[in-house]
Design a protein around this ligand. Sequence first.
Ligand SMILES: Nc1ncnc2c1ncn2[C@@H]1O[C@H](COP(=O)(O)OP(=O)(O)OP(=O)(O)O)[C@@H](O)[C@H]1O
Ligand SMILES: [Mg+2]
Length: 155
Amino acid sequence: MGESTLCSQSEQETILLGEQLAAQFQPGDIITLDGDLGAGKTEFVKGVCRYFEVTDLVTSPTFSIINQYDGTMAGGNPVKIYHVDLYRIDSPAELAEVGFEEMVYTSNAIKLIEWPDRAGNKMPERHWKISIEQDEADDNVRLITLHEPVSHEHA
Ligand SMILES: Nc1ncnc2c1ncn2[C@@H]1O[C@H](COP(=O)(O)OP(=O)(O)OP(=O)(O)O)[C@@H](O)[C@H]1O
Ligand SMILES: [Mg+2]
């Protein structure tokens, strides 16, 4: 319950899965993306942005840390999409400098966060959690697991 795993065989399929799963995301939601370098987190976000009809080119926020896009909900209302990559964040001071806390509590925005562990205890507890795992035998295969938000997580 609350968890599903899908298999992607290509970059295009990961984008399509992002586009399909995005239908469940609501303004205010946080979606964390776990997975190694090159797992496909950014490709998945491209699919989420496609669902929300983002017209700008979606690129990795490797150096910008936070990229912002204008999206549109299925009903036509506007929604902001924040795409965050915390890989280069090394301290709470750096996290504060990029405006992480303001961003993460924005209610009219969908927030997709790569390398969420870098946020430590600044990451709100309630969020969707996506893990992308690379297949050891096949370079193009990924296992993508989606966990629904839960209010209380136990260690
Ligand atoms: N099934 C697949 N799904 C997603 N990407 C794939 C797949 N097969 C191969 N790839 C390739 O893997 C790479 C994924 O890159 P991407 O930038 O999305 O990774 P990332 O998880 O965001 O890494 P980083 O932590 O460096 O930001 C791309 O070069 C893509 O073409
Ligand atoms: Mg990335």
